[in-house]
Design a protein around this ligand. Structure first.
Ligand code: ATP
Ligand code: MG
Length: 239
């Protein structure tokens, strides 16, 4: 039987007069790569912000691996294996890569990586030659890889990625997709993207948000042919 990781129901959030999310249900299972797509402002980042403990929902339930995580802090969630990256990459720009990694490891009180595991991850993300460079001097692609490393040192069971190829050049997108394919062997993935290559090549299933509501949930091949998704999202982007 498949093990449920994420379990969300009736999630709603308003910012003043803006309804960012309206009664959204969703789940993910262990081993799955779950995609999320939808127009700008449709509530995707808000969804991740609530699941990852950055903002409180107005209503709804949040579960992870059978645990009620409502009100949990990002730190507490890291401890149980849930973490996220940011749409606008967040690293400590003024600190060397090495120090960024050390800071990230401090978040965890147990299950730390040993140095061989850390070395392997650092090489895999091709940051082993960049350890003494300030993170702010890295390219965006390198910063995105560093942010990924800063979460993977927490040994997540589920990592939530908010537009991991945002701002990258086409060849870098191809490389990132390859890395994320390899990442699937390490943990379950939730990925928000506007780049449909990422969704087509990586996602086992896709949730679609439009104006804060979940309008579809299914295999990418079906979702990318869905009339409403094309009319209200995909079609408008290429018009
Ligand atoms: N902290 C906030 N305060 C006020 N309004 C917010 C806040 N965060 C999000 N919103 C609003 O909520 C709505 C959903 O925003 P959200 O960032 O979740 O969209 P998104 O789907 O991630 O969009 P994008 O694809 O552009 O990243 C938008 O109207 C946005 O302006
Ligand atoms: Mg967003």
């Amino acid at each position: 039987m498949s093990v449920r990781l994420l379990e969300v129901s009736g999630l709603s959030k308003r910012f003043g007069g803006v309804v960012a999310l309206k009664n959204v249900d969703g789940h993910s299972v262990a081993g799955e790569t779950l995609g999320m797509i939808g127009p700008n402002g449709s509530g995707k980042t808000t969804f991740v912000n609530m699941v990852s403990g950055h903002i409180r929902p107005d209503s709804g339930t949040l579960g992870f691996a059978g645990i009620d995580i409502a009100g949990s802090t990002p730190h507490q969630l890291a401890e149980i294996g849930l973490c996220r990256t940011y749409q606008a990459v967040r690293v400590f720009s003024a600190l060397p890569v090495r120090q960024n990694i050390d800071n990230a490891r401090l978040l965890l009180s147990h299950r730390g990586l040993d140095s061989a595991e850390l070395g392997e991850l650092t090489e895999w993300l091709r940051l082993d030659t960049r350890l003494d460079v300030d993170a702010g001097s890295l390219t965006l692609f390198e910063q995105r890889r560093l942010e990924l490393l800063m979460r993977l040192v927490l040994k997540p069971r589920l990592i939530m990625l908010d537009e991991p190829v945002g701002g990258l050049a086409v060849t870098e997108v191809t490389e990132m997709i390859q890395l994320l394919k390899e990442l699937r062997a390490r943990c379950s993935i939730f990925v928000i993207e506007h780049t449909m290559r990422v969704i087509r090549e990586l996602a086992d299933r896709v949730m679609v948000l439009i104006a804060g509501e979940k309008v579809a949930d299914g295999p990418p091949a079906d979702i990318l042919r869905n009339k409403r998704v094309i009319d209200e999202y995909l079609g408008t982007r290429h018009a």
